[in-house]
Ligand binder design. Structure first.
Ligand SMILES: [Zn+2]
Length: 641
C-alpha cells in the first residue's frame, strides 16, 4: 500500500481547520542534510527534520524498492546508528515495528532523525560513497515518513572538506549551489545525485513551440576530458534522434536533462531512467576511446525512457510504491519497446552500423522460447519482482519458464512496427503509436512533477493501437494473440517486407535440446563438461527445457550422460558428434547416472529449431524496390533540427 494523506470525515469546521493545517504544513518542507564525514569508509550521514508533524507517531521508513526496479532491494539493511530528537533537541526513543521502519512518539511537532547509511555499489539503484564520489540513489540513501508524500523537500549536501566535488542532479536548484528542492516525495526519490569532480558539457535543444532545454552530460571518469567532447556530441545526436520519434521533447521540469555518467573501472554497469536525468554507468576506463564509445547504447535506451515510462507510465507503476515490490503487466511495452528503440535510434543517428538483421534479432529468442508455453508477454512482465535482481537462496525454474520482458517486448515492437508499416504501405509506423501514447498519456503531465495524471492500462494501449492503425480488429487480434496470448507473429512474412530472410540455422540437423542454446537463454548453473578428471560421462548443465527430446527422455539438470546410442560419452563434443550421425526422428538409447544410480532411456531426436535472420542480399537474392524503400524508411534519421 502506498502512503497517502486521507482527511478524516469530520464537521465542516474541523475540515477547514485540517485544510488550513495542511496548507501551513505544506509550507514547511522536510529538510535533509547529507554529509560524508569519511568517504573512504563508504557511508553518508543523513540528518532529516520533519516539521509540522500532526500524527502522534511519526513513521519513518527506508524504501524497499526503487523506481525503475521492480524487485525489493531492502535498503534498510545498510542503515545504522539511528538517533531521534524532538524540536528542542531532546533525544526520543525510536521503536521498530518492522524491518523497514522507525516509529517516533513523544515529539513536539518536530522530529529530527540522524543516521548513517553504508553504500559501496556504483549503479542506478544503490548508494556508493568513496573518495572519488558520492553516487546517491535516493531510495538507498534517504528515509522518508508516511503521510508526507506531497510535502515539499529541501536538501543540502555537504561535501567532505578539501574535496573538489560538485553536485549534479535533477533536483531543483536554489541560490545556494549545495541546496536543492523537490516538490514531493516521488520527485525526491526519482532524483539520483552525483557529487564528484565530474566533467560537464552541455548543449541546447528546442521544441517546435520554441521552448529550449539544456541537456547536460556530467561524467565522472578517469580519462581524457577530450573524449567527453565526443561523448557529448554523441549524446546530442541520440537526444535529437529520439525526439524525432515523438515530434518533441517532454517539458523537462527544471528546463534541463542530465546524463549522470559514472565510468570508473571499480564501478558497475547500469542505466537507470528518471524524469529529467539518467544514471549511466559502466566499469570501464575512459582512457580507452573504444570503451568510451561502447557505453553510448545505454544513453539511447535511457533517454527514450524520458517519454516511455517516465511520462507515458503504466497505471500499475503510478504512484511508485516504495513499500513493496512493484508489479506491472506492461513492462513488455515500458522496457521492451525501449529496448527495441535504443539500437534503432543509434542506427538512425549514424552512431552504429545500420545492420537490419541485428536490429530484429530479439525475435529469434522469442520464436522458439520454451518459456512462451507458460507465460504471455504480460505474464512475463509480472515476473519482474522475481527476475529483476531479486536474490534468494533456493532455486527457481525461471531459466526455462521466464523470458525477459526486454527481449519479448522488443520482439513485439519489431512485429508491430513491421506490421503497421506493411499494412499502410509505409504511412504508419510504431513511431506513430509511440506518439499517440505520448499525446494521450505522457504529454498531459500531472498536478506536480513526477505525479502522472493519465497513466495507461493495457486497454488504453490497445485502444491507441486501434486509433493509429485505424483498425480495431487488427489491434484486438494483435493484443489477444501476441501480447496477452502466447502466440508469435509470422516473423518470416514481416521480415520479408524489409528484405530480411528468417530461416533455420541448421535445417535437417538432429537435436536433443541440451548442450546448446537455440533460445538465447538456458545458461547452466553447474557448468557443462566431464564431472571430474578420470571419470567418464558429461553432466547436463542446467534445467532441461520443456518440450525438448531430452525432457521427454526424462533427463534433467545434473544427470551425467554416460552413453548415447551405445557410444560412451566423455565430452559435449562427443555428444554432438553422435547427434551428427543421426537424423531428426531417430530414436536412440541414452544411459545416464543420477545420484549414483544408473538409468537407461530412449530419446527421439527432433530437428534443431534454432533460427537465424540474414539480409536478402547475403543470400544471393536482391531487394525489390518496395523492400528497399521500406527498409530505408525504417532506418532513416528522423532527427529534429
Ligand atoms: Zn529500460
Amino acid at each position: 500500500m502506498v502512503p497517502r494523506v486521507v482527511l478524516p470525515r469530520k464537521t465542516a469546521a474541523t475540515t477547514l481547520f485540517l485544510l488550513a493545517f495542511a496548507a501551513a504544513a505544506a509550507a514547511q518542507p522536510v529538510q535533509y542534510r547529507v554529509s560524508f564525514p569519511a568517504p573512504e569508509h563508504h557511508y553518508a550521514q543523513v540528518e532529516v527534520t520533519w516539521p509540522a508533524v500532526s500524527a502522534t507517531t511519526l513513521e519513518a521508513r527506508m524504501s524497499r524498492s526503487s523506481p525503475g526496479r521492480y524487485a525489493v532491494h531492502e535498503f534498510s539493511k545498510n542503515v545504522f546508528d539511528v538517533h531521534a530528537f524532538d524540536g528542542k533537541g531532546k533525544e526520543l526513543k525510536a521503536t521498530r515495528p518492522n524491518a523497514y521502519q522507525w516509529n517516533i512518539v513523544g515529539h513536539d511537532g518536530t522530529v529530527r532523525l540522524i543516521y548513517n547509511v553504508f553504500g559501496n555499489h556504483v549503479d542506478g539503484t544503490y548508494l556508493a560513497v568513496d573518495d572519488s564520489h558520492a553516487h546517491m540513489n535516493m531510495p538507498a540513501t534517504l528515509m522518508w515518513a508516511r503521510g508526507f508524500d506531497m510535502r515539499a523537500v529541501r536538501i543540502t549536501f555537504v561535501p567532505p572538506a578539501s574535496y573538489s566535488w560538485k553536485p549534479a542532479t535533477q533536483l531543483f536548484p536554489t541560490n545556494d549551489p549545495w541546496t536543492f528542492t523537490a516538490p514531493n516525495l516521488q520527485y525526491l526519490m526519482d532524483s539520483p545525485t552525483e557529487l564528484s569532480n565530474y566533467t560537464l558539457r552541455s548543449f541546447k535543444v528546442k521544441n517546435p513551440d520554441g521552448k529550449e532545454f539544456t541537456i547536460y552530460t556530467a561524467v565522472h571518469h578517469d580519462g581524457d576530458p577530450a573524449l567527453i567532447d565526443d561523448y557529448a556530441a554523441a549524446a546530442e545526436k541520440i537526444v535529437n534522434e529520439a525526439a524525432g520519434v515523438y515530434g518533441e521533447f517532454p517539458n523537462f521540469d527544471t528546463g534541463t536533462y542530465t546524463f549522470l555518467g559514472d565510468y570508473v573501472p571499480w564501478g558497475g554497469g547500469d542505466g537507470m531512467e528518471h524524469r529529467n536525468s539518467t544514471v549511466v554507468a559502466s566499469p570501464v576506463s575512459f582512457k580507452n576511446p573504444q570503451a568510451a564509445r561502447s557505453v553510448l547504447g545505454t544513453l539511447s535506451h535511457e533517454f527514450f525512457h524520458c517519454w516511455n515510462v517516465e511520462r507515458i507510465r503504466p497505471k500499475s507503476l503510478e504512484p511508485f510504491n516504495f513499500e513493496d515490490a512493484n508489479m506491472s503487466g506492461e513492462l513488455w511495452l515500458a522496457e521492451g519497446f525501449t529496448q527495441y528503440y535504443g539500437p534503432l535510434i543509434m542506427a538512425r543517428a549514424g552512431l552504429s552500423p545500420a545492420d537490419p538483421a541485428a536490429l530484429v534479432r530479439n525475435a529469434l529468442f522469442v520464436i522458439n522460447s520454451p518459456a512462451r508455453q507458460f507465460r504471455s508477454a504480460v505474464e512475463m512482465s509480472e515476473m519482474a519482482p522475481f527476475a529483476d535482481a531479486a536474490v534468494a537462496i533456493d532455486e527457481t525454474n525461471l531459466q526455462t519458464t521466464f523470458l525477459s520482458y526486454y527481449t519479448y517486448g522488443a520482439a513485439i515492437a519489431t512485429a508491430l512496427d513491421l506490421s503497421l508499416r506493411g499494412r499502410s504501405n509505409g504511412k504508419v509506423s510504431l513511431d506513430d503509436f509511440m506518439r499517440a501514447m505520448w499525446l494521450a498519456h505522457g504529454k498531459p503531465g500531472g498536478p506536480s512533477p513526477a505525479i502522472i495524471a493519465k497513466p495507461y492500462t493495457l486497454k488504453d494501449a490497445r485502444d491507441r493501437l486501434a486509433e493509429v492503425s485505424g483498425d480495431r480488429r487488427f489491434a484486438d487480434d494483435f493484443f489477444d494473440r501476441y501480447v496477452e496470448g502466447r502466440e508469435v507473429p509470422d516473423y518470416a512474412a514481416l521480415f520479408a517486407r524489409i528484405g530480411l530472410v528468417l530461416r533455420k540455422r541448421s535445417a535437417g540437423a538432429a537435436w536433443a535440446g541440451i548442450f546448446d542454446s537455440p533460445f538465447g537463454g538456458g545458461r547452466g548453473r553447474r557448468g557443462a563438461g566431464p564431472p571430474a578428471a578420470g571419470s567418464s560421462g558429461v553432466t547436463v548443465p542446467g534445467l532441461v527445457n520443456w518440450g525438448t527430446p531430452a525432457f521427454a527422455a526424462g533427463l534433467e539438470e545434473a544427470d551425467t550422460i554416460m552413453s548415447l546410442d551405445g557410444k560412451p560419452i566423455g565430452s559435449v563434443d562427443e555428444f554432438q558428434s553422435v547427434l551428427r550421425s543421426h537424423k531428426p526422428g531417430d530414436q536412440i538409447a541414452v544411459e545416464f547416472t543420477r545420484h549414483g544410480v544408473a538409468h537407461r532411456s530412449a530419446m527421439t531426436l527432433a530437428e534443431d529449431p534454432a533460427m537465424e535472420v540474414v539480409t536478402l542480399e547475403s543470400t544471393s537474392g536482391s531487394l525489390s524496390p518496395d523492400q528497399k524503400a521500406m527498409r530505408d524508411a525504417w532506418l532513416a534519421s528522423k532527427q529534429r533540427r
